[in-house]
Design a protein around this ligand. Structure first.
Ligand code: SDX
Length: 435
């Protein structure tokens, strides 16, 4: 962070003492300015209080820009619409890791490198076999990705730039293999080895749906749709799981352990777990006639039910990723020849919610998770795998953000403070003297 990036200041006056301090205002290249409060405590003895980070920029980054009011998402300046139309997931991985699109030979080298790393250590299969077959695949993913630090010691020295890059390549390359293995294990089929002549998405489909007994082939429409889903999920600035990866990484923990922490955070239904929850919700609603009943439940503060796949901390407009996914859902449904009643239900739910004052006033729109599950289920993935696919794609965002943080010369361990509301000091009372 360039500390000379200060033109304006803000003054804070503490009314009780009349003391005034000046704090610098920092400009980003785009987006809201930020008040630099780093000196606040040393100057006033006070902290800022923002438990869910609604007004806090936790870091600076050059990777992803979101304008939530306008519904804009860009990676290194390129819009998500253009990237999903013209790019590929692997090219976006390169963009996130290096900040620039690759030229032809850089892209060929990158593809070759990723392809070289698609297999996992043979011993890793025994880790899978230690899990119950009915374990949720996200639970398995937390375990196996964390265990990568036990298998790939030669890429865990975070002070070595080459090792940081190898760790990033290994993660991107092995995520599809490990995700497909989690699926195969859950259905009792043998693990299928990667095939390096296939594209990233095709290879994942092959390892997931192929069997050793026969050749697997899939339609280019499906593999392209999956590749686009991966692009849409690749990075999303400082969301809960990415912030977790950064905080874990700030202590100097190895990259694979940090990614496992990110996976754990993504699993929650308020975050990546929502794609699974959307399909469960649509199945529970069951018919168009019951939508008003569920809208009422979502609006009722005494009812814990919320409309899954709706609302977003940052987007107060249509999530641009949902905008790409909606037509993609039609494309995939047409390709597989399925009349999916859940798609009809989702469209009607969206229509009615967007006409309802409650959702309009709160600017609650469909988010990335609303339509992704419909596509994934049409491709043949069970709901329990939806968040695993999110994990597979987001891994690049996590590792790229981790790398950006480690490479910041001013990086220090993250250590939030608190507003203490507990007891002041009191005397210990022996147990036989307590009431
Ligand atoms: C992801 O942050 C990211 O970037 C995440 C993500 C990424 O790519 O990394 O985009 C991925 O996590 C997408 C979000 C997936 N989650 C869901 O779809 C779950 C359903 N959505 C919500 O639970 C909620 O909208 C959140 C968690 C997404 C956002 O929570 P916030 O920012 O804390 O919103 P809020 O609770 O402050 O909501 C504001 C108001 C509240 O009502 P009031 O108290 O003001 O009356 O809107 C209401 C909320 O009760 N509200 C909803 C609602 N979401 C918000 N009411 C009904 N249904 C909903 N879904």
């Amino acid at each position: 962070m360039n500390d000379s990036n200060t033109k304006e200041t803000v003054s804070i006056t503490i009314n009780s003492t009349g003391e005034t301090i000046e704090l610098p205002i920092l400009d980003g290249t785009q987006g809201p300015q930020v008040i630099d409060v780093r000196q606040l405590y040393s100057k006033t003895g006070m902290f800022t209080y923002d438990p869910s980070y609604t007004s806090t920029a936790s870091c600076d980054s050059s990777m992803t820009y979101i304008d939530g009011e306008e519904g804009i998402l860009r990676h290194a300046g390129y819009t998500i619409e253009e990237l999903t139309e013209k790019s590929s997931f692997l090219e976006v991985c390169y963009l996130l890791l290096h900040g620039e699109l690759p030229n032809l030979s850089e892209m060929q080298d990158f593809e070759r490198t990723i392809t070289n790393h698609t297999m996992v250590h043979d011993q890793l299969q025994f880790l899978y076999r230690g899990f119950r077959r009915d374990a949720h695949p996200m639970a398995v993913m937390i375990g196996v990705v964390g265990a990568m630090s036990a298998f790939y010691h030669d890429s865990t020295d975070i002070s070595n730039p080459q090792q940081r890059l190898i760790a990033s390549h290994r993660l991107i390359a092995k995520m599809p293999t490990m995700a497909a293995m989690a699926y195969k294990y859950s259905i009792g089929q043998p693990f299928v080895y990667p095939r390096n002549e296939l594209s990233y998405a095709e290879n994942f489909l092959h390892m997931t749906f192929g069997v050793p007994a026969e050749e697997y082939s899939c339609s280019p429409v499906i593999s392209r749709a999956l590749d686009r889903i991966f692009i849409l999920h690749a990075d999303h600035e400082q969301n809960a799981s990415t912030s977790t990866v950064r905080l874990a990484g700030s202590s100097g923990a190895n990259p694979f352990a940090c990614i496992a922490a990110g996976i754990a955070t993504l699993w929650g239904p308020a975050h990546g777990g929502a794609n699974e929850a959307v399909l469960e919700m649509l199945s529970e609603i069951g018919s168009k006639e019951r939508i008003p009943e569920f809208l009422e439940k979502a609006k009722n503060k005494d009812d814990p039910f919320r409309l899954m796949g709706f609302g977003h901390r940052v987007y107060k407009n249509y999530d641009p990723r949902a905008g790409v996914l909606k037509p993609a859902a039609y494309e995939v449904l047409e390709e597989v020849g399925i009349q999916n009643p859940l798609m009809e239900l989702a469209l009607e739910l969206e229509r009615l919610a967007l006409e309802d004052d409650y959702f309009v006033e709160r600017k609650l729109f469909p988010n990335v998770d609303f339509y992704s599950g419909i596509i994934l289920s049409a491709i043949g993935f069970p709901t329990s795998m939806f968040t695993v696919l999110f994990t597979l794609a987001r891994a690049v965002g996590w590792i790229a953000q981790w790398k950006e943080m480690i490479e910041d010369p001013g990086q220090r361990i993250g250590r939030p403070r608190q507003l203490y509301l507990g007891h002041a000091e009191r005397k210990f009372v022996p147990i036989d003297e307590r009431n």
